[in-house]
Ligand binder design. Structure first.
Ligand code: NAP
Length: 249
């Protein structure tokens, strides 16, 4: 059992997820930091959080996979009760047109970015909902401005997956509004993380700066600040919101 509110961050080992973990630790949350492959990175984030004085455990698990989800929520049950879920784990793929997509790409894109997020939210609601004897809680889904822009010529599949996250956020928020659970989404714009390199465009955040009204990419810390707000009691009347953190784009 933990004495501080327990926060599960999927994909907490790098980028935006890691920034959320570090800021949450500074605000007094205990952390369960999920990662898929980069154990060293997850251990680094965990060490940083522990240095602040909170509990921070890591748990390996692919959110696109039922075994992974079972492992993650077994760890939650060991540490719980669960106060918050940040549904952050997400992937892009290499730049391609829709007429170049194959089935394998689409299956992975939707398994990680949509089904994995819905499954993690289901498991969280089971534990948080007052209808199920829980104490309530907060879910923040990490969407993307791609949901609005559509990302033509880059990854329309990713954009469509993020649009599904937006609709899921609104629907779930209304479904559990009387059960002590708030559900919101943050839509980052172009943020300077390694995700762009994983899509084959390591310079993407810098290269696209001129098309952003603020003329610069955002930082993982700037996204994390918005997530921490939505998790906090200061957002007690905010549910079903889709918060753009995009420098105006
Ligand atoms: P990132 O730097 O590539 O980090 C991704 C994180 O997710 C890593 O910790 C990775 O863990 C984890 N992950 C990926 N697939 C996973 C899976 N199936 N199961 C568990 N963990 C998984 O990405 P990021 O830029 O921080 O992106 C975080 C979220 O923000 C994503 O949902 C992304 O779509 C969204 N977003 C990002 C941007 C941007 O410009 N960066 C813009 C809009 C939205 P391992 O390293 O262990 O694999």
């Amino acid at each position: 059992m933990t004495s501080r509110p327990l926060l599960l961050v999927t994909g907490g080992s790098r980028g935006i997820g890691a920034a959320i973990c570090r800021k949450a630790a500074a605000q007094g949350y205990d952390l369960l930091i999920n990662y898929r492959s980069d154990r060293l990175a997850a251990e680094g984030v965990s060490a940083d959080c522990r240095a602040i004085g909170v509990n921070a455990e890591i748990v390996q698990g692919d959110t696109a996979d039922e075994d992974g989800i079972a492992t993650i929520f077994a760890a939650v049950d060991r540490l719980g009760p669960l106060y918050g879920l940040v549904n952050n784990a997400g992937v892009v793929d290499v730049t391609a047109r829709v007429d170049e997509f194959d089935r394998v790409r689409l299956d992975r894109m939707f398994a990680v970015n949509v089904i994995g997020k819905i499954r993690c939210a289901s498991e969280a609601v089971t534990r948080m909902s007052t209808k199920h004897g829980g104490q309530g809680g907060v879910i923040v889904n990490i969407s993307s401005m791609a949901a609005v822009i559509g990302s033509p010529g880059q990854y329309v599949d990713y954009a469509a997956a993020k649009a599904a996250v937006d609709t899921f956020t609104v629907g779930l928020s209304r479904e559990v509004a009387t059960e002590g659970i708030r559900v919101n989404a943050v839509r980052p714009g172009i943020i300077d993380t390694e995700i762009h390199a994983s899509g084959g465009l390591p310079g993407r955040a810098r290269d696209l700066a001129p098309i952003i009204p603020m003329q610069r990419p955002g930082t993982a810390d700037e996204v994390a600040d918005s997530v921490l707000y939505l998790l906090s009691p200061q957002a007690s009347y905010v549910t079903g919101a889709l918060l753009n953190v995009s420098g105006g784009r």
